[in-house]
Design a protein around this ligand. Structure first.
Ligand SMILES: [Zn+2]
Ligand SMILES: [Zn+2]
Length: 167
């Protein structure tokens, strides 16, 4: 079931449109000379290992705005199921997560189609970029890179905040 979901979503994501979006906002593929500082206030695009593509990740302040809509979406499903006695699948198609997706688009400019994916599109859940392959470590505490196997150099939890800020 998970594999099916991933497949469906990778199609819905339309990677080409997404890459254009990234370049348009100066996030990727534009080479040297870009100031990362000027982009610091915008949500950051990271490679998502679950979605297998670059995805705009929410900053904590943005996540705090979005989370209530996701929580609310689960409530919506529960209420809809209680009222209509239908399956989760049916309740989902009745508009689950629509507000959360709309807000995510407002914040990032990226059209996500699966509300469940928003739960993990949160910058704080990821680690700094791998020194070897450049993909973000899967957690801030990761001691090695799950993508390429490289061991994280000089890792200590006290250096964590600094490492994240320098990305
Ligand atoms: Zn993802
Ligand atoms: Zn790596």
């Amino acid at each position: 079931m998970t594999a099916n979901n991933a497949l469906e979503r990778s199609v819905e994501h339309r990677p080409c449109a997404h890459i254009e979006w990234c370049v348009g906002r100066g996030r990727i593929g534009t080479g040297a000379g870009r100031s990362t500082r000027s982009l610091a206030l915008m949500s950051k695009t990271l490679y998502c290992w679950r979605c297998k593509m670059p995805i705009p990740m929410l900053e904590e302040s943005e996540w705090e705005r979005l989370a209530p809509y996701l929580t609310n979406a689960i409530e919506q499903i529960k209420r809809y199921r209680e009222a209509h006695g239908v399956s989760i699948a049916e309740a989902k198609t009745a508009g689950y997560g629509r507000e959360a997706l709309a807000l995510y688009f407002d914040i990032t400019g990226f059209r996500e189609t699966n509300p469940d994916a928003l739960w993990h599109h949160r910058f704080a859940l990821f680690g700094p970029p791998c020194h070897n392959c450049g993909k973000p470590l899967r957690t801030p505490q990761a001691k090695l890179c799950a993508e390429c196997g490289a061991v994280r150099p000089n890792f200590s939890s006290s250096g964590l905040a600094e490492a994240r800020r320098s990305t």
